[in-house]
Design a protein around this ligand. Structure first.
Ligand code: TYM
Length: 329
């Protein structure tokens, strides 16, 4: 059976970008067609300045949201990265497989380093080694992610191939999958930039737990342009294109075709807002129910970690032996 693994980092409240780029497919498609594991990757949240209490809170919230959006613990495995030691154990072997140069070429590292200056943590550089470990520990075939993670999955492939060539066939070489539209949702206020959960300015970010009125306001204020017609042109008219892509993702249409149905930006924004509000409504409602029952979520995460450990351990043990580490007697 196809094995799927993916993760989400608890560095901020989850956004519409996370949902359309990855999470929605996990629930609607991936868990039904494969042996799937979904992980709140809390160790990755420590690669930037962080507040311990906030990371703890966001980790629980992300896990609760994954269940709220329909991940079914009877069908797939939902767990927290730090509950399974294999991730950190294998990450070290990935650091011993990757080169310094290829880590420094990662776009996300370069971007975050430019923002972080001298305070950049060493773990931000080695981040892709941990991400490769996340994926490879499970013999993953497919990694459903948004566009911004494609480069990290490419590196993971390179590391798997290199490791296997050096030490023998331990790892499956995975591939990234992405949604047909909305693989890169842009910030509503800055439509050339990704909608990112850790951005400081929040006016252009729709959070999954935003109230309906907040969503409507944010969409109504989305940056567009001065053209009189609604046309889908991502290069020249990124703001409108972003709205059309969001609408297409919500309603299952084609951004180019949808454009023809609108005579004004006002009408388009109204429909985008309502489509997003309706799509998120059940997620928000279910989240409120689940948040009232933390014992249930804890139980899911406990079982999930146990299952994940059982899958990961033999392969990570095999990798330890393959590189020449003496097994404990
Ligand atoms: P993270 O937490 O930033 O994002 C989680 C998922 O959401 C996607 N995504 C987007 N898709 C479309 N438009 C956007 N604006 C947008 N923003 C985020 C991401 O592509 C991702 O699929 N490094 C990963 C977490 C991770 C991981 C893994 C993923 C760690 N280990 C192993 C897959 C497999 C990250 O920071 O995702």
């Amino acid at each position: 059976r196809t094995r799927i693994f993916s993760g989400v980092k608890p560095t901020g409240h989850l956004t519409l970008g996370n949902y359309l780029g990855a999470l929605r497919r996990w629930a609607e498609v991936d868990q039904h067609r494969a042996d799937a594991l979904f992980c709140v990757v809390d160790l990755h949240a420590l690669t930037v300045a962080h507040d311990p209490a906030r990371v703890r809170r966001l980790t629980r919230q992300a896990a609760t949201l994954l269940l709220a959006m329909g991940l079914d613990p009877e069908r797939c495995t939902v767990f927290v990265q730090s509950h399974v030691d294999e991730h950190a154990r294998l990450s070290y072997l990935m650091e011993c497989t990757a080169s310094d140069g290829e880590m420094r070429r990662m776009i996300q590292y370069k971007e975050k380093k430019a923002q972080g200056g001298a305070e950049v943590r060493l773990s931000l550089l080695t981040y892709p080694a941990l991400m490769a470990a996340d994926i490879l520990a499970y013999g993953t075939d497919e990694v459903p992610v948004g566009e911004d993670q494609a480069q990290h999955v490419e590196l993971t492939r390179d590391l798997a191939v290199r490791f296997n060539q050096r030490y023998g066939p331990v790892f499956v070489v995975p591939r990234a999958t992405r949604p047909p539209v909305a693989a890169r949702v842009k910030d509503l206020q800055e439509p050339t930039a990704k909608m990112g959960k850790s951005h400081a300015r929040t006016a252009g970010i729709v959070y999954l737990l935003d109230e309906a009125e907040t969503v409507r306001k944010k969409v109504a204020r989305a940056v567009t342009d001065a053209h009189p017609e609604v046309v889908y042109d991502p290069a020249e008219r990124p703001g409108v294109a972003n709205l059309l892509e969001i609408l297409a993702a919500c309603t299952g249409g084609e951004p180019g075709e949808l454009a023809g149905a609108y005579g004004s930006y006002g009408a388009l924004k109204k429909d985008v807002a309502e489509a997003v509000v309706e799509m998120l409504r059940p997620v928000r409602e279910r989240h409120a129910e689940l948040a009232a029952d933390p014992g249930y979520v804890d139980g899911v995460l406990r079982d999930g970690a146990e299952r994940a450990r059982a899958v990961a351990r033999p392969r990570v043990d095999a990798a330890y032996r393959a590189v020449g580490l003496l097994p404990p007697a």
